[in-house]
Design a protein around this ligand. Structure first.
Ligand code: NAP
Ligand code: MG
Length: 487
């Protein structure tokens, strides 16, 4: 697709591309040069009603979707995975243009989406119920049944990955879905829905409604035929959704970000830890719920570690996300850059030392984009707001610590608990620390958070429920228990 063409997209409801009731459009600009890249429909409440109605229809007892055997469901999900791989180049380019993330990161994300459909295709014919000897005699047997219409609300930081890791398990377990992408980044979800139809997923099973969450969010969450909401995004909206869902006892899964600790002990492989400290904090320009933005370094190596890290940060290739050599692109929107710039100012006001970055690159060709140079704050007090609040940008806050107990205390001094890392060559210490840190995901001598075969989600205000692995299947099924008397 040529760089300067504007893509025109519609809603995707019931297997059809539709302009919806109002036909109102909004334009999406590129985070790199602020030029228009797409025009999409701003859905209203009537469009939400249509999408939920067709999804609900697709769930009726004799619908083509309900009539698919588990093997048929496996086959269509595998076909969708193969189609994502076939179109991976275009999808990655689209994601890169839309989000501003470097092409190399967008490729990994598309690969994760394809892997995700492949993985959940594999569970369709393997996850079943139990037979249980009831104490009163007779027999209990259990079925795992789909819940019904699931609304999947997706953020802008990893659009195709998060759309896939919600959609794939929901479909694998037999549910129909309505996807609500973030306003800024709906493009790959719309492509995915078209590929799903091509793969043989019946019309109405996967619908995509684009538009502002503040306009259609309530209609999606409150609709009486919606039985489950899976949301990834901010705490404010997550909490609002949970309250609205309470009226109707809807199932809710929330993934709400983090402020994760990267703990470096003196005995660690320091060069490896320093490399990882860069990208486990700054991947996707730090717009990552798993970003290890709090860097806890043991005092004997604190100064040396930071000077090595500073050199690395200064060498990061900031630039056009579509260029192969680019390592860090712009932030997603001007308001996100605004937010990050305010935190950089706040850090200075709070008394932390800004060692590098936090400003805008002075290259003319980047002047129109939402860029922020990678920033490092040192001598940060764990109670400062820059060490407590999710900045969601390329900003690392470094905190020195003395003992293992102190490291654990600082790591747990957070209302969040999503991700984290521990760097040490002492296996006993590694195990003590991973058990003591209150977080849903933690790595030893690695900066990785997401393995689609393992559960992913947060402690404390980072959310509730789990995505990925087999654990997510509990969130897309109801257990039905059937008692059979043998008397
Ligand atoms: P957000 O408002 O929570 O957006 C996330 C998703 O929720 C988007 O699809 C959004 O749609 C939708 N939404 C917004 N208001 C809604 C409502 N009332 N009902 C239902 N859905 C609604 O997040 P944001 O404003 O884009 O970002 C703000 C901050 O949230 C970030 O700086 C970051 O700290 C955090 N965040 C966390 C994650 C994460 O991965 N956990 C992801 C994104 C943001 P619209 O795009 O149309 O508003
Ligand atoms: Mg918002």
């Amino acid at each position: 697709m040529p760089k300067n063409s504007v893509i025109e997209e519609n809603l995707f409801i019931g297997g059809l591309s539709t302009k919806g009731h109002s036909g109102n459009r909004s334009v999406i600009n590129s985070p790199f040069d602020n030029q228009p890249i797409a025009s999409v429909i701003s859905a209203d409440e009537n469009d939400v009603r249509d999408a939920v109605a067709v999804a609900s229809e697709a769930f009726r007892g004799n619908s083509p979707w309900r009539k698919l055997t588990s093997r048929n469901r496996c086959e269509v999900l595998l076909r969708l995975s193969a189609l994502i791989r076939k179109h991976a180049g275009d999808l990655a380019r689209l994601e890169s243009m839309n989000v501003g993330k470097p092409l190399r990161e967008a490729r990994d994300e598309v690969q994760l989406a394809a892997d995700c459909f492949q993985y959940y295709a594999g569970v369709t014919d393997k996850v079943g119920g139990q037979t249980i000897p009831a104490a009163v005699g007779g027999l209990n047997m259990t079925f795992r049944e789909p819940i019904g219409v699931c609304v999947l609300i997706v953020p802008w930081n990893f659009p195709i990955a998060i759309t896939s890791w919600k959609t794939a398990p929901a479909l694998a377990m037999g549910n129909p879905v309505v996807v609500k992408p973030a306003s800024q980044t709906p493009l790959t979800a719309l492509r995915l829905a078209n590929l799903a139809l091509e793969a043989g997923i019946p019309p109405g099973v996967l619908n995509v409604v684009t538009g502002s969450g503040s306009v259609i969010g309530n209609a999606l969450v409150r609709h009486p035929l919606v039985r489950k909401i899976s949301f990834t995004g901010s705490i404010e909206v997550g909490s609002q959704i949970m309250k609205l869902a309470a009226d109707d006892i809807k199932r809710v899964t929330l993934e709400l970000g983090g402020k994760s600790a990267n703990i470096i002990f003196t005995d660690a492989d320091i060069p490896k830890a320093a490399d990882s400290a860069v990208w486990s904090a700054l991947g996707n320009a730090g717009q990552d719920c798993c970003s290890r933005s709090r860097l806890l370094i043991q005092k004997p190596v604190y100064r040396n570690f930071l000077s090595e890290l500073t050199e690395k940060l200064k060498k990061i290739a900031v630039g056009d996300p579509l260029e192969e050599k680019t390592e860090l692109g712009p932030l997603v929107t001007s308001s996100q850059r605004e937010r990050v710039s305010e935190y950089v100012k706040l850090g200075k006001d709070e008394g932390a030392k800004l060692v590098c970055g936090g400003d805008r690159p002075d290259r003319k060709e980047l002047a129109a984009g939402w860029f922020v140079n990678p920033a490092l704050f040192t001598d940060v007090d764990p109670n400062m707001r820059i060490a407590q609040e999710e900045i969601f940008g390329p900003v690392i806050t470094a905190i020195p610590f003395g003992t293992e107990d102190e490291a654990i205390e600082i790591a747990n001094n957070s209302t969040y608990g999503l991700s984290g890392s521990v760097w040490t060559n002492d296996i006993g210490r590694a195990l003590r620390v991973v058990r003591a840190v209150q977080t849903g995901v933690i790595s030893v001598n690695s900066g990785h958070s997401v393995h689609l075969e393992a559960p992913f989600g947060g402690f404390k205000r980072s959310g509730m429920g789990r995505e990925l692995g087999l654990a997510v299947l509990d969130h897309y099924t109801e257990w039905k228990s059937v008692y059979i008397s043998t008397a």
